[in-house]
Design a protein around this ligand. Structure first.
Ligand SMILES: Cc1ncc(COP(=O)(O)O)c(C=O)c1O
Length: 386
């Protein structure tokens, strides 16, 4: 359980999430639990349409509120934040801005990246890119020595998943960013599995790009994601995957030229996913009001309590124990991942699975009753442990 010096966030906030009346919800790595205020956000969109009919002004305002909330969350300027409809859209826009016809053709990835990242970067091979993957160590962590060796003067960009969606392994970002900076390569962090549950200090780390979405630990619904683009190092990059919402002046409605915004908005595209912006802003408001450091401290306690309980059952925990090598998620090796998730659900414990592992992903709304329920459900389904 979280130590006594850490505020008990579940005590204060759990009642705002109706799902806990029915279930032990521990699947925030897939999607966050629905908060009442997030639900109200969705309703507000519908009401706006019913009251005003069309409402372009308010819609555009919500895109800006989302930008503001993300910039507050990371303590970075708004002009360095683009609001996109998915992480895939954000990565694609950046990829389209890179020129692979010169010396810098290389994209460095790992074995722990999300499929969309691997697929988008490999798609750039058609445009001249060479894509390499740093190997994994036997325990699934990124082989840092091999990765750092791959970063050289031919490297255009290194794209790293901060926390792996399959096994919960966190990769240390500092040495990678430092190595890339030394040779003038760009770095993109895919923070979707960490944002909202693990602190990320952009001002300290100074990555060139960081992508994430609001669906998981930021409590939103599908359709709102973001790109941070450091203006100091990326302002010369002009995307060719674009759209009218990326124009310098959206309202010129020109069709005879491409005149992208000069700030990060140039990485945006067409009409925002407006119904998703309302709940995204509501979710970010909750996270910003609690503060990421308290969330991290609290969730670490829940993570450790689950780990201890499952270890006592003899479970094989794939996610490393070292706190700098994991975030919220615990991945548990399973004999049959789908049957395992279904069996846990029989006991009202909601998890998910990938790559032969059951993923348990707590957040600040989980409490001791969830810890007990998950350990008890694993005990009752012990035969599925690998
Ligand atoms: C680490 C990571 N990156 C990217 C994605 C995909 O994001 P999107 O569907 O918004 O493109 C996910 C989704 O689960 C993810 O976990």
């Amino acid at each position: 359980m979280p130590s006594e010096s850490v505020p008990n966030l579940a005590d204060k906030y759990r009642k705002e999430f109706s799902v806990f009346q029915n279930l032990h919800y521990l699947n925030s790595c897939s999607q966050g639990a629905l908060a009442n205020s997030v639900k109200r956000g969705l309703a507000e969109y519908v009401e706006t349409m019913e009251i005003h009919g069309s409402s372009w002004g308010e819609w555009a305002g919500y895109q800006e509120r989302a930008r503001e909330s993300v910039s507050t969350f990371f303590a970075v300027p708004k002009h360095e934040v683009a609001i996109t409809t998915s992480v895939s859209a954000a990565i694609s826009a950046v990829a389209s801005a890179l020129d692979f016809t010169g010396v810098r053709k290389k994209i460095v990835l790992t074995e722990n990246d999300f499929p969309t990242s691997g697929q988008i970067w490999h798609a750039q091979e058609i445009r001249g890119a060479t894509v390499v993957h740093a190997p994994a160590n036997p325990d699934g962590t990124v082989n840092m020595g091999a990765l750092l060796e791959m970063i050289d003067t031919e490297t255009a960009l290194v794209c790293i998943s901060h926390i792996c969606f399959r096994n919960g392994i966190r990769t240390e970002l500092e040495p990678i960013i430092e190595a890339a900076k030394k040779v003038g390569a760009l770095v993109m962090i895919d923070a979707y599995q960490s944002v909202g549950s693990v602190p990320i200090d952009i001002n300290e780390l100074r990555p060139d790009f960081l992508v994430g979405g609001t669906l998981k630990y930021l409590l939103g619904v599908p359709g709102t994601a973001f790109l941070y683009a450091r203006s100091e190092t990326t302002s010369e990059l002009i995307p060719t995957t674009t759209g009218w919402f990326a124009a310098r002046d959206i309202f010129t409605m020109g069709i005879h030229e491409y005149d992208p915004a000069t700030d990060a908005r140039r990485f945006e595209s067409g009409t925002p996913a407006v119904p998703s912006l309302y709940p995204a802003v509501a979710g970010l408001e909750i996270i910003n009001s609690i503060g990421i450091n308290d969330i991290y401290a609290y969730v670490s306690g829940i993570h450790n309590a689950i780990r201890e309980g499952l270890e006592s059952l003899g479970a094989s925990i794939v996610t490393p124990r070292d706190p700098i090598k994991h975030g919220a998620m615990l991945a548990i090796a399973s004999r049959d991942q789908n049957a395992h998730v279904a069996a846990l659900e029989e006991y009202k414990v909601i998890t998910s699975c990938r790559d032969g592992n059951v993923r348990i992903s707590p957040h600040f709304y989980n409490d001791d009753s969830d810890v007990e329920a998950v350990v008890s459900a694993f005990a009752k389904t012990r035969e599925l442990l690998a």
